[in-house]
Design a protein. Structure first.
Lengths: 201, 112
């Protein structure tokens, strides 16, 4: 929900003299103004919730705890907010780190990455860009992602939406890079199979 | 769609398909987060006194107003009163709690 004076996107901010700016709000929260703390939560809860929920779907049972962790971490780091960008983007950055912790924890589970499977062939196609323009493709992507096993879904989101390299993922999960690449290959193959099914349905 | 996934396909699709969910945060979650932050703040030392909060132009709830006019010291005016308020309990457990007091942070969060 929009609040006057809040950052409405990553770069845009509505100016309202009656509503504290990001920096004023941060200063007030740091001064332990209880009303400012409520305003901080009211301003950013929806955007953080949506950001986290979209990345954890359909495992919504993790969302509330993660959102709370984001706010607690944000509060603990608030003194380091420099005001060089919108506070919303800064808080979303913290959410991204918390999600990365979540991916790491979930993918560290022994059953998440198995080494023995062969990497499936991954041929390319030049037709994808045209199809990406279609709303149906977006819907299918969303639907297929949600239907994937958790380890596949998290691996794909971490690798492609959060732009982590396989090497980074391997370092953070304590697995070999090869094992992560195999997981990604299986995830891509599974995505492909479900995608083709969704397209033909 | 034959021969779909390869690295470049997924990079393209991630660029094109935004992971977005417009579901608003539940009011209960907002209340829980606020309560947790207030606990942290109170654990780290006295909160800003209700006098100063009011002086900054904020609206106080009815209980804070009573504290404000009560003949007590600044220390008592810097306590986390939300912790013992039934509005907190209702807000943390009900999505649409029956609380309506002006100046109550839980009412603000319910309506946000």
């Amino acid at each position: 929900m929009h609040h006057p004076g809040q950052a409405t996107s990553g770069h845009e901010q509505v100016i309202d003299p009656l509503v504290p700016s990001d920096q004023d709000l941060v200063a007030a929260v740091l001064a332990k103004d209880r009303k400012a703390t409520a305003e901080f939560v009211a301003r950013y809860a929806d955007s953080i919730y949506g950001y986290v929920r979209a990345r954890l779907a359909p495992r919504y049972e993790f969302v509330d705890d993660l959102v709370q962790e984001v706010f607690l971490a944000a509060w603990q780091s608030l003194g380091r907010y420099q005001g060089s960008g919108p506070l919303q983007a800064w808080v979303i950055g913290i959410a991204r780190h918390k999600l990365e912790d979540h991916y790491r924890e979930r993918l560290r589970a022994p059953q998440s990455i198995e080494d023995e499977e062969q990497e499936p062939a991954a041929p390319s196609s030049g037709e994808f860009l045209e199809l990406l323009e279609q709303e149906q493709v977006r819907k299918n992507t969303w639907r297929v992602l949600q239907g994937l096993p958790e380890s596949y879904r998290l691996a794909l989101i971490w690798r492609y939406w959060e732009k982590a390299s396989a090497r980074d993922m391997a370092l953070k999960t304590g697995r070999t890079e090869k094992a992560v690449e195999r997981l990604l290959a299986r995830a891509r193959a599974e995505f492909r199979e479900r995608w083709n099914h969704a397209q033909s349905a | 769609m034959p021969n779909l996934p390869d690295d470049s396909f997924f990079e393209q699709i991630a660029d094109e398909v935004e992971l977005h969910d417009s579901t608003p945060a539940p009011a209960r979650l907002k209340a829980t987060v606020y309560s947790a932050l207030m606990l942290l703040e109170a654990a780290a030392g006295p909160l800003m006194s209700v006098n100063e909060v009011a002086a900054r132009g904020n609206k106080l709830c009815v209980f804070e107003q009573l504290v404000q006019i009560a003949p007590v010291g600044e220390t008592a005016k810097s306590l986390n009163y939300c912790r013992v308020c039934h509005a907190r309990v209702l807000a943390e457990h009900f999505e649409n709690p029956p609380i309506y007091w002006p100046g109550c942070p839980y009412v603000q969060l319910k309506n946000s």
